[in-house]
Design a protein around this ligand. Structure first.
Ligand SMILES: [Mg+2]
Length: 257
């Protein structure tokens, strides 16, 4: 499908985990498929809801796995969250460098004073301490705009699922009664940020999850491809209210098919 894809789409957005890699290991054929798309002149973007890593760290991880990538080709939910804010916004941040760096690059001012914050931006922090969660609740309670990087309820580890950023957002929502604005898939902000980085014209989202990658992109009017190398199965696709434009075993089959 290489020539068909590259003729049909001005840009292709690839979800990372479950499409390009599993953990830090490339999915068989993914590196070659990315190369074939690039050789055909397709504009590519690697998009992830993971808010913990900077684009540089994500590009390095992909390259280490054998899928060459540059930081400007990576879009994280943290970057999409930053783009919801005007430069100069004073932000209280729950999160790691993967969130702090994009906010600083956006021109936001990071503050540790919850009562000085105009926005409270919440991403995953694997070293989270209670006082930070407490100050985030105080910031939101005092009127700061409540923004979440991504809604993922759990985070996969070798030992099993642990709380994801959606669980942190739920804790803050429970405390404050305020609903967060969320940037990551399936929400529009990440797709808006992706569209702004791609050439004008039709876009294709390639993902492994019906509820985030496929549903979110379809809601923006994009074509979608579900690959079966990650979370969602063919049976899930048959039962789903949203039908992907393409269904393939994996990225290699999509590109070669
Ligand atoms: Mg995925």
């Amino acid at each position: 499908m290489t020539s068909a894809l590259s003729h049909r789409y001005a840009g292709v957005v690839l979800d990372i985990d479950g499409v390009c890699v599993t953990g830090k290991t490339a999915i068989p054929g993914a590196a070659e498929a990315v190369t074939r798309l690039r050789d055909a002149g397709t504009a590519l973007l690697f998009a992830t809801n993971n808010s913990t890593r900077t684009p540089e760290q994500v590009a390095a991880m992909l390259t280490e796995a054998g899928i060459s990538a540059q930081a400007p080709e990576v879009l994280t939910s943290s970057e999409a969250a930053a783009e919801l804010l005007a430069p100069g916004t004073r932000c209280y941040v729950v999160g790691m460098d993967g969130l702090r760096e994009p906010l600083a690059a956006r021109g936001c001012v990071l503050t540790t004073d919850p009562f000085a914050a105009e926005a409270c931006v919440v991403g995953m922090d694997t070293s989270l301490v209670f006082s930070v969660l407490a100050d985030a609740a105080l910031a939101i309670g005092a009127g700061a705009r409540f923004i979440g990087t991504n809604p993922d309820t759990s985070f996969p580890t070798e030992r099993g699922p642990v709380p994801g950023n959606g669980a942190l957002l739920a804790a803050l929502r429970t405390t404050t009664g305020v609903e967060p604005e969320v940037a990551g898939k399936p929400h529009a902000a990440l797709f808006d940020a992706a569209a702004a980085r791609l050439p004008d014209g039709p876009r294709l989202m390639v993902g492994d999850r019906l509820d985030t990658d496929v549903a979110g992109a379809a809601a923006q009017g994009w074509d979608t491809a579900l690959v079966l190398s990650g979370v969602s199965s063919a049976a899930d696709a048959e039962a789903s209210p949203v039908t992907p434009t393409y269904l393939a075993a994996d990225l290699a089959a999509l590109v070669d098919g």
